[in-house]
Design a protein around this ligand. Structure first.
Ligand SMILES: C[S@@+](CC[C@H](N)C(=O)[O-])C[C@H]1O[C@@H](n2cnc3c(N)ncnc32)[C@H](O)[C@@H]1O
Length: 365
C-alpha cells in the first residue's frame, strides 16, 4: 500500500522555509546580474572572449579581486563556464556560453533580461521613503527610483517594441489604414518613458509624426538621446508633460499608452485628456498588464510577478496626490473599463493580440 505523506504543519513549515531559502539565492543571483550588467562584465566577455579575473578587470576598469569573486560566483551559479582544472584562482579562464548571450547582452533579443535584474534591484533603492509611504499613505516620486530604473524600463521593453509594435498596429484595421494614409497621421505616445515605442512606431510607418510625452524629465532626456541616435529627431518629438493636464498638445489620430496607465496618479483625467485630443476617427490604444480578470489567491506567476512590482514601485509612484487613483500594477480589465467609462469613452475593446504579459485595449469615443 502506498503511503501518502500528510501535509502536517511541520512539513508545511519546512517547505515554506525551503522556498524562502531558494528565493534568497535567486534574489542574490539577480543582484549579481545587475552588477554584471552595470559594470559591463557580460559585454566584455561577449565582445572580448573568455577572460581571467585580471583580464576582465582590465577590460572593464574594475578591481581584480572583485572581478574574481564575481566570476567565481557566476560560474557557481551556472551563468558562466570555467575550466577549473590545474589553474590557480587568478589564472582560471571564464566564458560566456553562446546560448547565454541573448539573455545577458543582446539588447534587441526578446530574451534579453539583464535590465529586468536592474529593475528588481532599482525598485528597492528608495526603501526608507517606501516604508514611510506605507505608514503615511503618501507616495514615492518616480524620480526617487533613479535614472537607472527608467533606463532599465526602456531597455526591457525595447526588444518587443522593436520586433512587435508594427505587427500589433497592423492588426488593428482602422488604425493601420490611418497610419498609412495622407496627410501624415499624428500620434501621441503617452507615458513614453525613453521613447522606444515612439521610435518603433515611426519606423513602422514612415510618414507618421509622434509626440512622445512623459512627466519624468530624466526619461525625456534619454528619449531625446535615443531619438537623435535613431536619426528620427524630425519625426519623434519628446516633451516633458503631465498627461493628466487637460490638453495633450495636438489633434491625434492615435494615442498610445504602453504600460503606463497603471502608474498614473490621475488615470481618468489622462484618459479624458486623450479623448479630448483625438482627431475624427481617432482612438486610444492601451497596453497594460495581462493579469487575471479577478483577484484569486494563491495566484499564478503573472499575478505574483505583477504584485511584486506593485508593492515596491507602481502603487507608490501612483499615490503622490491626495486624490490619487492608487491603481498599482495589477490593473484588471474591469478597472480599465471603469476608467474609460468615467473618461467618457463609449467603447472599449480587448484586442485579439497575443502577448504573455500585456493585454491590449482599444478605446473609442
Ligand atoms: C512603466 S513606465 C513605461 C514607459 C514606456 N511606455 C515603456 O513601455 O517603456 C511608465 C511611464 O509612465 C510615465 N507616467 C506616469 N504618470 C504620467 C503622467 N501623468 N503623464 C505622463 N507620463 C506619466 C512615467 O514617468 C513612466 O515613464
Amino acid at each position: 500500500m502506498t503511503e501518502i505523506a500528510e501535509a502536517t504543519p511541520a512539513n508545511v513549515t519546512d517547505a515554506l522555509a525551503e522556498r524562502l531559502f531558494k528565493a534568497t539565492i535567486d534574489t542574490l543571483e539577480i543582484a549579481s546580474v545587475h552588477v554584471g550588467g552595470q559594470l559591463g562584465f557580460y559585454r566584455a566577455l561577449a565582445d572580448g572572449g573568455d577572460a581571467t579575473p585580471g583580464e576582465l578587470a582590465g577590460r572593464t576598469g574594475t578591481a581584480e579581486r572583485y572581478a574574481r569573486e564575481w566570476l567565481e560566483q557566476q560560474a557557481v551559479a551556472g551563468f558562466l563556464t570555467v575550466d577549473v582544472d590545474n589553474a590557480a584562482a587568478n589564472e582560471r579562464r571564464y566564458r560566456l556560453p553562446a546560448a547565454h548571450r541573448a539573455v545577458f547582452v543582446d539588447e534587441e533579443d526578446l530574451s534579453y533580461l539583464t535590465p529586468l535584474a536592474t529593475l528588481a534591484i532599482g525598485v528597492l533603492s528608495p526603501m526608507e521613503a517606501l516604508l514611510q509611504a506605507y505608514r503615511t499613505g503618501g507616495g514615492v516620486p518616480y524620480e526617487d527610483y533613479g535614472s537607472d530604473l527608467s533606463a532599465a524600463i526602456g531597455a526591457i521593453n525595447r526588444p518587443q517594441f522593436f520586433h512587435l509594435v508594427a505587427g500589433w498596429l497592423a492588426s488593428i484595421p482602422g488604425v493601420d489604414a490611418r497610419l498609412r494614409a495622407t496627410p501624415p497621421a499624428l500620434v501621441a505616445d503617452v507615458g513614453c518613458g525613453t521613447a522606444q515605442s515612439s521610435i518603433a512606431i515611426t519606423r513602422a510607418y514612415p510618414d507618421v509624426i509622434v509626440d512622445a510625452i512623459d512627466v519624468d524629465a530624466a526619461s525625456i532626456e534619454t528619449a531625446h538621446a535615443n531619438v537623435a541616435a535613431a536619426g528620427l529627431a524630425d519625426r519623434v518629438r519628446p516633451a516633458v508633460r503631465d498627461a493628466s493636464e487637460p490638453n495633450l498638445g495636438g489633434r491625434y489620430d492615435l494615442v498610445t499608452i504602453f504600460e503606463a496607465l497603471h502608474d498614473m496618479n490621475q488615470p481618468i483625467e489622462a484618459l479624458r485628456a486623450a479623448r479630448a485630443s483625438l482627431a475624427d476617427g481617432g482612438s486610444v490604444l492601451i497596453a497594460d498588464e495581462r493579469v487575471a480578470e479577478q483577484f484569486t489567491a494563491p495566484g499564478d506567476e503573472i499575478e505574483r510577478f505583477n504584485y511584486g512590482w506593485s508593492i515596491l514601485h507602481c502603487l507608490p509612484v501612483g499615490m503622490l496626490d491626495k486624490d490619487s487613483a492608487g491603481t498599482g500594477t495589477v490593473i484588471r480589465p474591469s478597472t480599465v473599463r471603469a476608467y474609460a467609462a468615467e473618461a467618457g469613452f463609449g467603447r472599449v475593446e480587448v484586442l485579439p493580440i497575443e502577448h504573455d504579459f500585456w493585454r491590449f485595449y482599444r478605446l473609442s469615443p
